[in-house]
Design a protein. Structure first.
Length: 432
């Protein structure tokens, strides 16, 4: 078997909610295509855990967990102004202390795993005769580890962008750290052998930012694994209009307008069914404190549950009438991984995203539901009512063209990755 070293800070038992799923599914299916995966990850990723995901790791895989000293422990210790004031520090000194702690976290809060990953990678490449390296990010430090290992060993490097990093964002002239990160990221991209993104839009963003040949860039979307959807629950018509959101809700992703509109529609008796919005995952305080969110909770139209293990999360989705999908307001090129889980269940999606985003284009292009811009309240209301009539009045279902869903199967997506890796390995061997 060919051997691939995968650098992934996020990997089970880190949960699917925190970004471990894409890499896990690559690892699961790589042996089907003649690759033995060697994963280097961290022992404690400082994130939520889902031990059930470990069952997807094939016996062929080798998993090495390295230790880290996470700077986020320090940042949490000094996070609250009151705790600093109790130490007798002035506001100015408190600000300086926070900045000093942030310096130790450059280029990101996972930097302390960088050198353990590189040292372990060097040993693994030498002892197991690794053929190729895959670094997946975020976090940003994964790419730096991959870059250093390529420099030290000459092994081909694939960069896998699960989300775009600095190159997709604007940085001011005085943001020296941001500009430095961009410069490092460009250097790593130019030195790498292949770059993978999850959408055509992200691919074009990177090509434009780097100004290098397009043939280095490839698209391998997120997807779904049919094995995970065998026993998902079935929707029942029990007098409720059920809307489900699964994932993480925070400021840049929270659809505040949606909650306002739902509350208004309920008060105007726009539905002949009781509305139940179910959120499974994580919700930040800034979202919980919004007026409409609080009102919906008070009136039992909204249920918030803590993160479920992955299979239970999929089962819960099966009970919904429609799915709510949002994407970050500052990363319009990304296609959320949750989109493909929703797609697998053949139910309408209400997608709220930035204008001209990859999410809006994808949902509308393939008639997966209705996708509208975050702040367009009129269209959001029209979309909610349209989907309500579709599923509760007309009782229609989403249908796809033959073969459409299959292209997003995790196994087939892994095959695309293998095709890229095979080409690079053959090229490397041919140059020797």
């Amino acid at each position: 078997m060919k051997k691939i070293l995968i650098l992934s800070y996020l990997f089970p038992p880190t949960s699917a909610l925190d970004g471990a799923m894409r890499t896990l599914k690559f690892v699961k299916y790589l042996p089907h295509f003649g690759y033995k995966p060697y994963v280097i990850t961290v022992k404690d990723a400082f994130l939520s855990k889902d031990e059930t995901l470990l069952g997807d790791i094939p016996e062929e895989a080798s998993i090495l967990m390295v230790r880290q000293l996470d700077p986020r422990y320090l940042r949490r210790l000094f996070k609250h102004r009151n705790s600093l004031a109790e130490m007798g520090l002035s506001s100015r000194r408190q600000g300086l202390l926070r900045k000093l702690i942030s310096l130790f976290a450059f280029p990101d809060s996972t930097v302390s795993w960088l050198w353990p990953a590189v040292i372990s990678g060097l040993k693994k490449i030498k002892s197991d005769k690794i053929d190729i390296i895959l670094a997946t990010a975020p976090p940003y430090s994964d790419f730096i580890a991959g870059y250093l290992l390529k420099r030290l060993t000459g092994k081909p490097l694939i960069m896998d962008y699960r989300d775009l990093q600095m190159l997709s964002k604007r940085t001011s002239k005085i943001d020296l750290f941001g500009r430095w990160k961009k410069a490092i990221e460009k250097k790593i991209i130019k030195y790498s052998d292949a770059v993978i993104t999850t959408s055509e839009s992200s691919k074009e963003t990177l090509i434009k930012a780097c100004g290098i040949a397009a043939d280095k860039f490839h698209v391998v979307t997120n997807g779904f694994d049919s094995d995970d959807f065998v026993s998902s629950a079935k929707r029942v018509d029990d007098g409720f209009f059920r809307i489900h959101y699964s994932g993480y809700l925070y400021g840049k992703r929270a659809p505040f307008g949606f909650f306002d509109i739902i509350e208004s529609l309920i008060s105007r008796n726009a539905f002949s069914h009781n509305v139940k919005i179910r959120i499974t995952g994580r919700v930040e305080t800034e979202v919980l404190d919004s007026n409409s969110f609080s009102s919906l909770l008070k009136n039992n139209n909204l249920i918030i549950e803590n993160m479920l293990v992955y299979k239970d999360s999929i089962s819960a989705l099966g009970e919904a009438d429609i799915f709510l999908l949002t994407s970050d307001s500052d990363i319009p090129g990304m296609l959320p991984a949750k989109l493909f889980e929703y797609l697998a269940l053949n139910k309408p999606i209400l997608a709220l995203a930035p204008e001209s985003s990859a999410t809006l284009d994808f949902v509308n292009k393939y008639s997966l539901g209705v996708a509208v811009e975050f702040s367009d309240k009129k269209k959001i209301e029209e979309a909610i009512l349209k989907l309500y009539r579709l599923v509760k009045v007309d009782k229609l279902k989403i249908t796809h063209e033959p073969g459409f869903k299959e292209q997003f199967e995790r196994k087939d997506l892994t095959k695309k990755l293998v095709g890229i890796a095979d080409t690079l390995i053959a090229s490397t061997r041919g140059n020797k």
